[in-house]
Design a protein around this ligand. Structure first.
Ligand SMILES: NC(=O)c1ccc[n+]([C@@H]2O[C@H](COP(=O)([O-])OP(=O)(O)OC[C@H]3O[C@@H](n4cnc5c(N)ncnc54)[C@H](OP(=O)(O)O)[C@@H]3O)[C@@H](O)[C@H]2O)c1
Length: 490
């Protein structure tokens, strides 16, 4: 594989990036503007009703973020000039044809100008409504492909998926495509059109029965999980992302497509500065709960490997893969993770969490430091269920009896506890595949990309994405946890 200068590749290119308000999209936009201000145009597509509200979202939810501080310093108060010259904010929605872009002039301009399409728009909720998730993660991928096919100068489409489309496989998981209709458990009959029809008929029936919006929402959430599990995927998110990949593979007609499958994305390693993060994501939801003292036990085998990768490395890998695969008439898949190259044990995260929060306790709203203890580790779902039984379900039964005996006096308390327990059980069920994961994401294609970049003397200092360079303990103690505390703890 021959690789030329990535900076030269970016120069004078027009790039459309979808999901512009998202975590990875922001990092991508900032990086391109910082390292290659001579990019021709960045079309940033985000959901908004019109250009004015799209601009407002871009200014408040993207450029105003601390992430852009280094770029602002570089341009000494003149960032707006760069942005107005290089960025066109596009109100749109990938769940619609033509990406929901209503301005036909702008659409024509993009079809004429765009060299690279980056699809980062997605719904990342594990238990999203099935209708919503199918529209965005599955049909959305097809709409992005259809849009790309109309771009006269297209060099490559980069679609960001997730490593977890492979479900809960054990052992080495390869960077192989998901063929149309292929399921993870061998159950036959997966047909994306039929899934859409199932959603439509279920909705039609529920509307005919005058079901409330809440009832419909919860039925759609349940339907997603049910359909995912029927075909061997643990949740709606990864199932609909897998179907999105299937459509791209099936309909690509030799178009250059890159599928990026990141594992668990954590805060930035180095650029624009270390420790930038946003939103409560997979392992951070545990860190937040632990640091705030509301988590009494950890779930997961301390010896199991958690596959994490810093966000800036994901973005760098996307950019290098984009340049390497430009004009190559095939689909290339890249796992962007660390479990093979530099495995991170769950015990390391637990230990760092304990040491960090012991030294730097979170201060509660009433000004008191929260003292964290060494965690009780429940290393299987069975031990978790036993723990819940003893600590919560039995006392709950007791409360139910007392409540009945006291003429429903404790009804409020009882219902509140029921709701909380149900919530925790559902959350744990959703995260189970990540906490007890026994797979390793093979990153042979990504490794080849790294080698090619190194051998071609490409700007590896700017576009670094080698997880072997990470010292996990140092990263969690000095970068990720402090970053999560600063940007994610609220
Ligand atoms: N972060 C991770 O840990 C991780 C790991 C593996 C893979 N990934 C993948 O990486 C990609 C980006 O993830 P992220 O973490 O950056 O997610 P994110 O922060 O949730 O961003 C997703 C963005 O997509 C936008 N979006 C949703 N539906 C849309 C639609 N119909 N049309 C246009 N935009 C839409 C959302 O916009 P609104 O603001 O309008 O809601 C949001 O800004 C996703 O494909 C995800 O599956 C992420």
């Amino acid at each position: 594989m021959e690789l030329g200068s990535i900076l030269e590749f970016l120069e004078n290119r027009s790039i459309i990036v979808t999901g512009g308000t998202g975590f990875l999209a922001k990092i991508f936009i900032e990086k391109v503007l910082r390292v290659q201000p001579n990019v021709k145009k960045l079309y940033v597509l985000l959901r908004a009703s019109d250009t004015k509200s799209a601009m407002l979202r871009f200014n408040t939810e993207v450029v105003a973020k601390d992430l852009f501080r280094v770029l602002k310093e570089k341009h000494q108060g003149n960032l707006n000039a760069l942005i107005s010259e290089k960025v066109t904010v596009v109100p749109g929605d990938i769940s619609c044809e033509n990406l929901g872009v209503k301005d036909s002039g702008l659409l024509e301009e993009m079809w004429k100008q765009v060299d690279v399409v980056i699809n980062l728009a997605a719904t990342t909720k594990f238990d999203e409504r099935y209708d919503v998730s199918l529209r965005i993660n599955t049909a959305g991928a097809k709409h992005v492909l259809d849009f790309s096919k109309k771009c006269a100068k297209l060099k490559v489409l980069v679609h960001v998926s997730t490593a977890y489309v492979s479900g809960e496989k054990e052992g080495l998981i390869l960077e192989t495509p998901h063929k149309m209709g292929e399921t993870l458990n061998g159950t036959s009959g997966l047909d994306i059109e039929a899934e859409k029809k199932l959603v439509e008929s279920t909705l039609k029936q529920m509307h005919a029965e005058n079901c409330s919006e809440d009832t419909i929402k919860s039925a759609m959430k349940d339907l997603g999980i049910q359909r995912a599990q029927k075909y061997g995927w643990p949740n709606t998110y990864v199932f609909t992302k897998a179907m999105g990949e299937m459509l791209l593979g099936h309909l690509n007609e030799n178009m250059p497509i890159v599928i990026i499958r990141p594992t668990i994305v954590t805060s930035t390693y180095k650029e624009p500065f270390s420790g930038w993060a946003e939103g409560v994501r997979t392992i951070d939801s545990l860190a937040v709960a632990y640091g705030k003292g509301s988590l009494a036990c950890f779930l997961g085998n301390p010896k199991s490997v958690i596959d994490a990768i810093p966000a800036d490395m994901v973005v760098n890998a996307m950019i290098v893969a984009m340049a390497a695969n430009a004009n190559q008439p095939n689909e290339s898949i890249y796992h962007i993770g660390s479990s093979v190259s530099n495995p991170l044990e769950y015990a390391c995260i637990q230990d760092c969490g304990y040491r960090y929060f012991t030294k730097n306790p979170w201060i509660s709203k009433d000004g008191k430091p929260i003292i964290v203890g060494k965690m009780k580790v429940l290393n299987s779902m069975d031990s978790f269920r036993r723990y819940m039984e003893i600590h919560y379900l039995l006392p709950l039964k007791g409360l139910q009896i007392v409540n009945t005996a006291c003429c429903q006096y404790f009804r409020g308390l009882y219902l509140d506890l029921c709701r909380k327990i149900k919530f925790v059980m559902r959350l744990v069920e959703l995260y189970r595949p990540y906490l007890f994961f026994k797979g390793y994401y093979d990153d042979m294609n990504t490794e080849k990309l790294r080698r090619a970049a190194k051998e071609s003397g490409v700007e590896t200092d700017i576009f670094y994405f080698d997880p072997k360079s990470i010292n996990w303990e140092d990263y969690f103690m000095n970068t990720h946890i402090p970053g999560a505390v600063k940007y994610v703890f609220k």
